[in-house]
Structures are given as structure tokens and as C-alpha cells.
Design a protein around this ligand. Structure first.
Ligand code: NAD
Length: 546
């Protein structure tokens, strides 16, 4: 049993119930059982602040996205409880917890912690624990949930040993005279905030949080409360593997409470992953001290050279509908050259998409759009002249997904290119639907400028795919577009945010990245130039006043 004696500062004493640790095969760090969370034994969460796990005065019971049964009890932290979180962030100096000239041993510590976490995540029971926990709160197929755990594990493997210290690698330049030398250093921001959405409850918090810690920051983490139980279990695993408990605070609860902490604590930098609406609000509120990974309206262009039809159709289906389309990298619009349409690509995609089933979670609940809002959007698109429903457009049947969530069949609406480009339609055609939904259009050779015009006019530039092995075509499209993560070649996809390449938007100076050493250095550290000038000094007679 793990007992929580502490209570929030300045609050009346409260009865703190014990959390039962799941000791079985998880070395005693886990406090929830993904298989047993239900209305009679809901999983319970705790905030973490100043190294202590604490409840809040009120909590919220959240429904199982598949059954509607209350299965999770999460602190519903209120604005009058933020004091300890604000104090905790404010106590961190701008020079961070470590930097190249302060406690460099901590780079090594985090290399070691990463090694241990990776080793734990390699154990089948730990891998399954996180896979099932992800599935319970953000239902996705076994392959997708397992993929998330494995990407996370490989990320920890990548930053084991000396790799954390290498992240803080600098450079030197010879100076103008003896004793002078300039050096570029990666410096932390000190107190930072990290806000992540529901769709990748383990991978996004883990990869961004570790980047923050590696570079010497102290982070306040907030994850969408519907899935934040996963991040809490990750933190418990981190502590088990040697991470100092005071390096990260965790705030469960409404996003608005996190907003209050940010206003009061003024973190030196905030990384936000989520909707465009909140991203823009944070940018103003923090006076621009943000890195953003927000909306993804992601395009795929199929070039004129048709080949490997089955593979390309399979990848289109995966990109649009895996994880029920709830990846920021999901294929939002498909520009298919007419050669592909003639070859039967759309029929093959239809065949694949209609095979998706709730039973194996190849399609499932949509957490940020309701059924009605997706079907209304579909209807709105179908009013465009020449538009037609390719497949879907119906609610899922025979399920118990609660009404607060969406449940629709994988859906595709065809919109003629010339209509999509009209100003009165362009906005609705390029609205990101965070669910199993895509727009499909067709283009002829002479219409490539219009396809590129559409890409130019989109507001966000996250992922893109140019499906072609025609190097001249590929170069032309690449040379005239900007998306931050762009896949090219006959195997090009829009989804896939692994640990082995940069993932993030381009074309926006606030754009963040995730996963690689470059992403970590960009988001979680700033440049500090140190010019050493130790002498010897020149003779006094040679000094000229200017
Ligand atoms: N670009 C990327 O890498 C990426 C990755 C995943 C998701 N997304 C985007 O996320 C969106 C889906 O998520 P959503 O709609 O649930 O996002 P959301 O913006 O509603 O929520 C994201 C997070 O912000 C918090 N939040 C809400 N209001 C806040 C406020 N006022 N201040 C501070 N935090 C606040 C939420 O609690 C949650 O943790 C999609 O647009 C998707 O494209 C982007």
C-alpha cells in the first residue's frame, strides 16, 4: 500500500485515501490496473507537486469511452489550489536545474534513468501495462497502442548513456587575440510548462517531458485529464528508475486551471500540443514564449505515375483512418491524379475502410468531435456542387460509446478541385476533422498549379506526402511547399511520428519539433554565447581611445 499523508498547502485537512499499488509484476510502482478499472473500482489519480503526490479538493469521474461506465477518478484541480504549483515553478532559477557549468552530473543521471526506463519498457508485462492503459482511455487497435509504447521505449534507448550530455554539445571559435575564444552553449530555460492532448497519452508527454528534463529544465506537465492517468504512471515509473521526484510537477484537471498557473507562474517557455484555438490563446497570454504543435490539416498528393496500387491504397486507408483519424498527422485531403482514379484506387480504399470494425478498435470513439458534429460537417461538404459521398457518413451502430464522444464510420467526401478552391468553400474543405474523415479530390496534369495553390492557402503545415517515384514531379512539389514533415516516394505516408525523425510543423516561427536531438535542442534550450577573454592584456601604450 502506498499512503498519501500530505495535503495541499493552506487547505483544510482532508481524508486521503490510500492508493493500492499494483505490485504483481510491475516492481511496485504502478497504482492502477488497466484491466480492472471499472465503476466499482475506478482508477484514481493524484497531482504531483514538489515531489509529493496529492489529491485535489474535488475530483471528476470520467466515463469509459467504450461503455460510458465511470472508470476513472481524476483530480479536478481548481484555481484556488494552484498555489503550490506556482511556488514550485517560481522556485526554479532561469539557469535551470543543470547546465554545462552547473551540476553536469545530472546529464549523466538522465542518461542512466533513460537506460533503466527503456529496460523496464522492454519487459513484456510493462509494455502490456502501458498498451492496455492507453487502449482503455484512448481506444485504438492493439497494433497502434503497442506502436506508441515501442516508439516511446526506443526514444528512451536513444537517450541512454552519454547521449543526454551530447544533447548539450556546444562549439567554439578562435577569438581575435590570445586568450579569447567564443563558445556556443545550449542553455535551459529553467521553469517550463508542457501541455499535451489526449491522442497519444504516453508518447507525446514522454518525448517532450524528457527533452525538457535532459536540457536542465524543471517542467510542469499537464495532459488532457481524460488520459492523464497514463502520464502519471509514466512519472511513477521514472521515479522508480531514479528520476528526482521534484524535477517534474503534474497538474491533473481542466485546461483552464493550467492556464491560471501559466499566468501566475510565468514559465520561461511553454510547449503546447493541441488545438489551434488554445495554441493561439497561449501565444498571446505568454507574450509569444511558446512552442506550438497544433492543428494538422495534412495533404497527400498522388502523382501521375501509377504503380503498387494495393500498397498505396493500404497506406491511404492507414493514414486517414488508423487511430480513428485522431492523429495530428492523419490524411485530411487526398489529391489523387486522375490516373489513380482510373486505375481504381478509390474503390480499393473504400473496400479497406469499410472493413474497419469497432470490435478490434480499427475504428473507435472520437474524443473531441461528437457524432452530430462530424455528420453535420459531412452534410455541409455534400452541399458543394459536384460533391459526393464515397463511403461512410453514418453513425456506428451497435455500440455503447457515450454521447459526449463521436462514433462514425470511416468517411470520405469527394469534392471537385475547382469547387474546393473557391473562397466560399475552401475554409470548410480544409477544416481539420479530428476523426475518421477525409476529403478526396482529383486532378489532371494541367491542374498541378491549382493543387499547389491549395497547399499554399492552407493555414497549417504539419505533415504531407508526395506519392510518386518521378523525381522531377517530386522536386517540383517539394520546391513549392513547406510542410515540416514531408514524406516522398511511392511509399510516402502522412502518419508516422516515430523516434527516428523530426516531427513538427514548418512555416511558423513558433513551430516545435518532437523526437530527435535537433527537436529537443530547439524546443527545450536556448543559445548562450560565452566569450572567454583571459588575457594576456596588451601594453598600455598601445591602447587607442575611439
Ligand atoms: N501538431 C501536433 O504534433 C499535434 C499532436 C497531437 C494533436 N494535435 C492537435 O490536437 C488537437 C486535438 O486535441 P484537442 O482538441 O483535445 O486539443 P485541446 O487544445 O482542446 O487540448 C489540448 C490540451 O490543452 C489543454 N487546454 C485546454 N484549454 C487550455 C487552456 N486555456 N490553457 C492551457 N491548456 C489548455 C487541455 O487540457 C489538453 O491538455 C487537434 O487539432 C490535433 O491536430 C497536434
Amino acid at each position: 500500500m502506498l499512503w498519501h499523508h500530505a495535503r495541499p498547502l493552506g487547505k483544510a485537512p482532508m481524508v486521503v485515501r490510500p492508493l493500492v499499488q499494483i505490485v504483481c509484476n510491475l516492481s511496485g510502482w504502478a497504482t492502477v490496473d488497466p484491466e480492472a478499472m471499472n465503476s466499482s473500482a475506478p482508477a484514481e489519480c493524484r497531482n504531483l507537486v514538489g515531489g509529493r503526490w496529492l489529491p485535489s479538493t474535488t475530483s471528476r469521474q470520467l466515463p469509459d469511452p467504450l461503455t460510458g461506465e465511470k472508470f476513472l477518478e481524476v483530480p479536478h484541480t481548481q484555481p484556488d489550489e494552484i498555489g503550490p504549483f506556482v511556488q514550485s515553478l517560481r522556485s526554479v532559477p532561469k539557469s535551470g536545474l543543470h547546465n554545462p557549468l552547473k551540476e553536469p552530473e545530472r546529464y549523466l543521471l538522465y542518461g542512466d534513468v533513460s537506460f533503466r526506463v527503456a529496460a523496464e519498457l522492454r519487459r513484456p508485462e510493462v509494455e502490456r501495462f502501458f498498451m492496455r492503459l492507453i487502449q482503455r482511455v484512448a481506444p485504438k487497435s492493439i497494433a497502434q497502442a503497442l506502436g506508441e509504447v515501442r516508439v516511446t521505449r526506443k526514444f528512451f534507448e536513444n537517450f541512454s548513456g552519454d547521449q543526454v550530455r551530447f544533447l548539450a554539445r556546444g562549439f567554439t571559435n578562435p577569438g581575435d587575440h590570445l586568450g579569447q575564444m567564443s563558445s556556443g552553449n545550449r542553455w535551459p530555460y529553467g521553469p517550463v510548462a508542457l501541455i499535451t492532448p489526449f491522442n497519444f497519452p504516453l508518447e507525446i508527454p514522454a518525448l517532450q517531458l524528457m527533452g525538457a528534463l535532459y536540457m536542465g529544465n524543471k517542467a510542469l506537465l499537464h495532459v488532457d485529464q481524460r488520459v492523464s492517468v497514463v502520464a502519471e504512471q509514466l512519472l511513477r515509473l521514472l521515479h522508480h528508475c531514479g528520476a528526482p521526484p521534484t524535477d517534474v510537477d503534474l497538474l491533473h484537471g481542466p485546461g483552464t486551471t493550467m492556464a491560471d498557473v501559466i499566468k501566475a507562474a510565468e514559465p520561461r517557455s511553454t510547449l503546447f500540443t493541441g488545438s489551434q484555438r488554445v495554441a493561439e490563446w497561449l501565444a498571446v497570454e505568454t507574450h509569444g514564449k511558446v512552442f506550438l504543435e497544433d492543428a494538422g490539416f495534412d495533404w497527400k498528393i498522388l502523382g501521375p505515375d501509377v504503380r503498387d496500387l494495393d500498397y498505396v491504397a493500404w497506406q491511404c486507408d492507414q493514414d486517414a483512418y488508423a487511430c480513428s483519424g485522431q492523429k495530428c498527422s492523419a490524411q485530411s485531403i487526398l489529391f489523387a491524379h486522375s490516373n489513380w482514379v482510373t486505375a481504381g484506387l478509390l474503390d480499393r480504399i473504400t473496400d479497406l475502410a469499410t472493413r474497419r470494425k469497432l470490435a478490434n478498435l480499427t475504428v473507435g470513439p472520437v474524443l473531441s468531435w461528437t457524432t452530430k458534429s462530424i455528420l453535420d460537417h459531412t452534410k455541409r461538404l455534400l452541399q458543394i456542387p459536384g460533391a459526393k459521398l464515397l463511403f461512410g457518413g453514418k453513425p456506428l451502430s451497435g455500440h455503447s460509446i457515450p454521447e459526449v464522444y463521436g462514433a462514425v464510420e470511416p468517411t470520405a467526401v469527394f469534392v471537385p478541385l475547382e469547387q474546393a478552391l473557391l473562397p466560399e468553400h475552401f475554409g470548410v474543405v480544409t477544416t481539420e476533422v479530428f476523426g475518421p474523415f477525409q476529403v478526396v479530390t482529383e486532378w489532371q496534369d494541367s491542374q498541378l498549379p491549382q493543387v499547389l495553390d491549395a497547399c499554399e492557402r492552407m493555414s497549417h503545415h504539419l505533415t504531407a506526402a508526395v506519392v510518386s517515384n518521378d523525381i522531377n514531379f517530386v522536386q517540383h512539389v517539394l520546391g513549392n511547399t513547406v510542410n515540416g514533415t514531408t514524406y516522398v516516394g511511392i511509399r510516402a505516408r502522412t502518419t508516422g511520428a516515430p523516434q527516428n525523425h523530426w516531427f513538427g510543423p514548418a512555416g511558423d516561427p513558433r513551430g516545435a519539433g518532437i523526437g530527435t536531438p535537433e527537436a529537443i535542442r530547439l524546443v527545450w534550450s536556448c543559445h548562450r554565447e560565452i566569450i572567454t577573454d583571459f588575457g594576456p592584456v596588451p601594453p598600455a601604450a598601445s591602447l587607442v581611445q575611439s
